[in-house]
Design a protein around this ligand. Sequence first.
Ligand code: SF4
Ligand code: SF4
Length: 395
Amino acid sequence: MTTPFSRLSDDDLATCVHCGLCLDACPTFRVTGLETESPRGRIYLMTQWKRGTLPFDEEQVKHIDLCLGCRTCEGVCPSGVPYGRIIEAGRADVEDVRRPSAKRATSRVALRQLLAHPERLRAAGTATRLAQKLHLTSIARSGRMLPPLRAPFRVPAGNVAPAIGERKHRVAFLVGCVMPILYPQSHDAAVKLLQLAGSEVWFPPGERCCGALFAHNGDLQGAEQLRDANMRLYKAGAFDALIVDSAGCGAHLKDFYPELQGRVKDLTEWLAEVGLPEAKRDVKIRLTYQDACHLAHAQKIKKQPRDLMRALPGVEWVEMRHADICCGAAGLYSTLEPEMSNRILQEKLDDVLATNADVLAVANPGCQMQLEAGLKKRGSAMKVEHVAEILARAF
Ligand code: SF4
Ligand code: SF4
């Protein structure tokens, strides 16, 4: 049995100087105006629990649960508070001492029993796709946030997609857990772009979920098991970079897989580095972009996706107000905290619709699902596409 609150680091907590500069950037503070729903308030609470100066209280845990883990606070903090590390450790510590809630216990079991097993996830995807086709309402209703499912992403024969033209690099590709089932078209586009950029793409056989959702939900042990299994595969292969087209996974791999040492690259980060050939087609769209929190704040990548998309012929670019504020998706957050998630989403949708764009570009499957469902509910015809799909339109 671990000592209570032993994962939270005193040194990390002490970096907060309580200046409050992060407050207005925090989506939960923005909608509630409450100190307890701010980064500073949450850090204070976790610090007192760790020191034992405030008794642990089940009611107060709500403030930790309501954190999106979006790390917007980290991006604006002048004191360099490692908030992502603090909230992951804090959540794992809290899970040791809290009364288990049925909802959280179910999500933990679902992560361990489903997400960690690609073959089970694929079978669930096939069943849902069939239910959607046959309009089986009970199953379709339980997954009403899901997009219409297509055939899942297929890894090419021999686990390699060759470079188009001269081979300049060899990259590994993270297929991940839900993305190949929910949005296979994003992976198809990403792989095509990599090939066009002269990268041979290797798909490590047996690769599993990276563990991001486990870590974000306080299951650090589950995340470590997946990391160890994946690292064995990565060590067996040779590659210049590991390419990730899902922001949440990319941020997790950069923080949680120290042995990969700087080789994890977001797709747009890599393409901006190695370059794409000249575009072949005019894309003719009015386009806006929602920053994924784990790309903009955790990986500090805002310029590359914008530069790549704005360079496409025929793009009419419109920058969205508050583009780097969270949409409320945040992994399992929209399921675990639907009310707060929806309040944040509604503010976001006002900004999205004000752009009057044809297409909203995103860089993370969770954001895509949340925004697609929200726009549909508002009766908007605006399309939501992954950055890779937008870029692939030009080739
Ligand atoms: S987290 Fe950073 S910005 Fe927020 S109160 Fe602490 S030191 Fe200030
Ligand atoms: S991670 Fe996001 S929701 Fe949580 S405290 Fe920081 S800004 Fe607020």
